[in-house]
Design a protein around this ligand. Structure first.
Ligand code: JFZ
Length: 436
């Protein structure tokens, strides 16, 4: 999806400083909750199930007919997000399947017409705001249900030959779908108060694909910024050549090697989105859940490279977070309770702080504190290369207890140490923050 090098164009008048001000809360908060919820929670085998299994409208209809998330209580979700240390949330108002969790005027394919009969988006917005969590919407550009959305290579009805495409696309009209999409985004950004984030997903230009002309991306982003001037928007509208049509890049399900930059070497705002288990929608039988350690490293490593983590939960068809998600969030919250100061307001450490083996560094530019994350807890001595004279005091975060340090070889046989280094003298056993 890389665009060729070209001069950056602009659509709006915002300055770099004005953008930094608009992005301020987002770069400070670092940690958000992604929520993928829709009819696909019922088959419970991936949010792309309709595509993967080539399910027809009538095969998929039963999920609509029986959709009844009777345990949906977004106040619980918001409390769990907050306890985990998450500061913002992004809910799928509509995913690729086309089903709307909100009461849209422009479709009958919406939650208010299912047995639950509720505007689920409305309740989400109210509940998360009440907990002080910023609210965002994910809205799928792709739509496998809309009759005017042309069949393409990502469609659930995808086919092989040009003739087959032509046959299926007779009578489908992307101009009409474009209007639909714009109308729905307008509804979402008009009927629910101040919206902090918009996550549009996704573009795949090229043969049998779709991009900016199909979505009407320029018109769309203009409308978005007009309706919600402070909103923060992701980068999947296929408008990479415009500097200001998007706010941040979205490396998904992989780790970036270093802070992402544009062609001129400017650092970009970035957020990685990650799943607990691989699938975004609730997947009952998936056995590939990440460990707490892996999840914490995802968060710390993102901040250590100047980015955010949007960590996904796929609620069940009854509207709950299943026990594995609850456990994972709870464990992260335990860690955040003691270590949040090394996340909020933090970023990559300045270059004067050399990398330290088996650790990740985060840094708060305001307080000038450096956080050394002992990802692999070392045995008693940790050499900080070239740190002599740079550290006034060292302590653990969980209890503020002192960590002794010495600007000399901390051990008669410490061959890691060189002049100018600093040695931390750590307890041999990792101090435990948990109640046994
Ligand atoms: C998309 C969705 O298809 C997926 O279901 C989920 O919502 C995720 C957050 O976003 O997945 C993508 C989109 C774009 C790319 C990869 C996965 N991409 O451009 O490489």
């Amino acid at each position: 999806m890389q665009q060729p090098l070209q001069a950056q164009k602009k659509l709006f008048k915002e300055t770099t400083q004005q953008k930094a001000d608009r992005m301020q809360w987002w770069t400070n908060d670092r940690f958000g909750m992604f929520i993928h919820w829709g009819l696909y929670a019922m088959p419970a085998r991936h949010e792309w199930v309709r595509n993967a299994e080539r399910l027809t409208d009538s095969a998929y209809q039963k999920y609509f007919d029986y959709f009844n998330p009777d345990l949906y209580n977004p106040k619980d979700w918001a409390k769990m997000a907050k306890a985990a240390g998450m500061k913002y949330a992004v809910l799928t108002a509509k995913h690729h399947e086309g089903f709307c969790l909100f009461d849209s005027k422009f479709t009958e394919y919406k939650s208010t017409n299912t047995p639950i009969k509720k505007d689920l988006v409305k309740e989400y917005v109210d509940a998360f705001r009440a907990e002080g969590i910023k609210v965002g919407f994910y809205y799928s550009l792709i739509d496998w249900h809309h009759p005017d959305f042309t069949i393409d290579r990502n469609h659930s009805q995808r086919v092989n030959t040009p003739a087959e495409y032509e046959k299926l696309n007779k009578g489908r009209d992307m101009a009409k779908y474009r209007e639909y999409l714009k109308n729905q985004v307008r509804e979402l950004l008009t009927n629910y108060g101040k919206i902090d984030i918009l996550w549009l997903d996704f573009s795949y230009p090229g043969q049998n694909g779709k991009g900016k002309d199909d979505w009407g991306s320029i018109e769309l982003i203009k409308m978005v910024r007009q309706l919600q001037p402070q909103i923060i928007v992701n980068d999947r509208l296929d408008l990479k050549e415009y500097d200001d049509a998007w706010d941040f890049v979205t490396p998904e399900q992989y780790k970036v090697a270093s802070w992402p930059k544009d062609e001129k070497g400017n650092k970009l705002y970035w957020e990685t989105c990650q799943t607990f288990s691989g699938s975004w929608g609730y997947h009952r039988d998936e056995n590939t859940w990440k460990s707490t350690q892996q999840l914490l490293v995802l968060l710390i490593e993102s901040v250590s490279k100047g980015g955010n983590l949007l960590l996904n939960v796929g609620p069940t068809a009854r509207g709950m977070f299943d026990y594995r998600a609850q456990n994972a969030l709870g464990s992260m919250g335990e860690w955040m309770k003691f270590n949040a100061a090394s996340i909020y307001g933090c970023t990559e450490a300045p270059a004067e702080y050399n990398k330290i083996d088996q650790t990740l560094l985060t840094y708060n530019p305001k307080t000038k504190r450096l956080y050394v994350h002992l990802v692999d807890y070392p045995l008693s001595r940790l050499v900080l290369p070239g740190y002599e004279g740079k550290v006034k005091y060292a302590q653990f975060l969980h209890d503020n207890s002192e960590i002794k340090m010495t600007a000399s070889n901390g051990h008669w046989d410490n061959s890691d140490y060189k002049k100018g280094d600093l040695t931390l003298i750590l307890p041999v056993t990792k101090p435990n923050v948990e109640i046994p």
